[in-house]
Design a protein around this ligand. Sequence first.
Ligand SMILES: N[C@@H](CCC(=O)N[C@@H](CS)C(=O)NCC(=O)O)C(=O)O
Length: 210
Amino acid sequence: MIKLYSYWRSSAAYRVRIALNLKGLDHEIVPVSLAPGESEHRQVAYRKKNPQMLVPFFEDGNVAIGQSMAMLEYLEETYPDVKLLPDEQPLRSQVRAFCNMIACDIHPILNLRILQYIKSEFDTDPAAHWYGHWIHEGFKALEQFASDGPFVFGDELTLADAFLVPQMYNARRFEIPMADYPKLVTAVDHCNELGEFLDAAPESQSDAIA
Ligand SMILES: N[C@@H](CCC(=O)N[C@@H](CS)C(=O)NCC(=O)O)C(=O)O
């Protein structure tokens, strides 16, 4: 049985939850709290599994993998019945590039530990200003690569949608206006009508805090 160590509001875990649902794979979600005061991801039991002390973490029998992109590629190669990467080039690489814009260039600098570090070292709460700046920088570029819908890459649901939905969930949580990104909003709103996305949403998780 596949196990995904996850936190309800972790957007990296949210990507993998979406892919597991889209591929229709049986799995167990194991909650790991990132909440201040709990920080289970820093405790010995979890640190032994993932020395990077980040969620998600993934197990499939004897296979253990950190890093959401690596998990998604493992799922794609091991369970190819439902494909989330197009077969044909250059589309396959364009989908990967879109995912990497989020995974490598937007998400890492908005992560909890980065916001906490800036707050403690510079005595300022960066959440609204810093977050908004980097979301707009990233989303302006993503918008240029998105199709008119229904999904990021047209009619084909791909990993690009699984990366975009969680990142926009976070942006909306910080009340960052999305009016300049109509193509991204179209894709996200369309995805959010599908059961696989709704079941993966933070509010649908057993560890969600109302
Ligand atoms: N590149 C990693 C990023 C993982 C990551 O940043 N996870 C965040 C939650 S979305 C986390 O565990 N943060 C804990 C912290 O910042 O202390 C991946 O894609 O899996």
